[in-house]
Each structure stands twice: as structure tokens, then as C-alpha cells.
Write a new protein. Sequence first.
Length: 314
Amino acid sequence: MRLWRYRGAPSQKHRRILLDECALGPDHFVAGAVAVRNHRTGIKINRSQGPPAVACICISNLDGIMRKDDVLNLPSMPLAGPSYPAGPYRFINREYMTITYETDPAAIRAQLPEPLEPVGDNLVHYEWIRMPDSTGFGSYTETGLVIPAKLGGEAVGFVSQMYLDDDPPIVAGREIWGFPKKYANPKLEIVKDTLTGTLEYAGQLVAMGSMGYKHESMAGNGERTLAMLTKTQINLKLIPGVDGEPAICQLVAINLTDITVKGSWMGPARLHLVPHVNAPVADLPVRKVIGAHHYIADLTLPYGRVAYDYLKER
């Protein structure tokens, strides 16, 4: 079945071609539909004006040629079967286990790129995140390190390392926002009375965290958890050009939106990090575990913004 994309309402000629090639009756096409198209999302049909419309997935002309505009409308590579769809991206029942611990101040400074500055409390957050239902990405788990920092006086979280087990969010995360994602095998699961997180990289155990399961429910209506989730995240986005020189070198800022906190619990925790050359989470060594936070939320990951451009500032 071949489907077409239009800049506006299709002509009678276009309708006949569509109906012939899709073998659909005229009742399946939206009469007088309004088509809205932009460079990221393609076409959107106003369904209130008629019966359900057919999705448009092909080129925008009738000669079978992919035009320049069609290339610019692709959500990602490759053009035959893009790696991920256009955003924003919605996550349902996203589950976190965040273990906060104290580490060495010199280790923090070594992993915070300027102009980011340390907060000064020597704390780091190690996270496991289970995502069973995410738009365009499916079901996967990730884990990694977030370093509290300051950027221009604003308190932010610098995402230092991330490891996950699903290709589309790895590709999208790196290409769109600059998330430092690598493929590995993290797990977050309930084992009897313990919430347990592990990370294996190249067949070796690299991280293990454990937390008492739902020991203490947080008081209030989730405002503290909401404040954590809405805090600005900062990524270092580095993409080379074809000459090997940096084509993009930025600090990218992201703020999650449309957040609904469904549950939030505190509890005792332990964290064990193992040195590994390609998954160097232990480069921020554990000196003292402060505690752990387990929470579940629905949220949206929107597009980000450039907070600092190294190429423009050099």
C-alpha cells in the first residue's frame, strides 16, 4: 500500500490515485480535511472533519522522486526505516531508583566541563531507570551518573554517563540532546524485599545498587519529587564533522514536562562500583552513601535548547 503526503488538502486527481493504490473506499478518506505539515512531524489530519484518515509515510510528489524537502522531513537516519520517530516523547510508569552518595571533589571537578561549576557538597546521584512504555523507543532500562552543578548561577544536573539496552533511544539521545549513552545491560528489579539495580558492560559487573523496598513513603503530594524531575538537565553534545573536527560542541539543556508523580519512597541503600575502562562509573568513587529515592512518574521528554556553544565561544 502506497500512501502520499500533501502540503494541503489533496486534489481530486490525488484522491483518485490514493484510492486506487490503497484499494480503499471513498469513505476512508477525510473529506475536506485540513493538513498541517512542518519539518519534523509531517502531516496532521483534523479527524473531526471526517472519517479516520490514512497515515502518510511516503514522498510528497507523484513522480516517485525523493525531493530535498522530503529529505529534510525525515525524522532520522536511515531514510529507509528511520532509527526513531519525531518527538516529543512520552513515558508512562517511568520508574527510578536514585542513590545519592558522597565522592571526591577532585573527581567531580575532573568530570565537569567548563563553564559548569561544582556545587561544593561533593554529592553525586547514581540512577537506574526502568521505562516499560515510551513513545517510539519501546521498553528498556538505563543507568548512569548525574553530577549536581551550577551553570550561570542556576542549579542543574550534569548527565555524566548513561548505559542502556535499546538502540533507538541510544541513537536519538546522542543525536538530538547529546545524552552520553552507550550500549550495556542494566537491570532494575524487585527481588523479594529489595529493589535491586545492576549494570553489566562487556560481560562484567560494573555497578550494583540495592534499596529497601518502599520503606518510607514521602510526605506531601510529590512536590519534592516533582522539583527533582523538573530540574534542568545538562548534556555535553559533541558530534564531529566529516573532517574529524567538531561540527557540534554544545552544552544542551533539557527540562521534562507534563509530569505526573505516581509514587515516591525513601529508604536505606548501598552502592558498589567496579573499575572498568569502558564504563568508568567507579571514577567517581563511593565514599559514603547518603540514601536512596524510589519513584514512579509519567512524563514527556521534549526537545532541548543550547545553553552554551563551545565553537562560538572559542
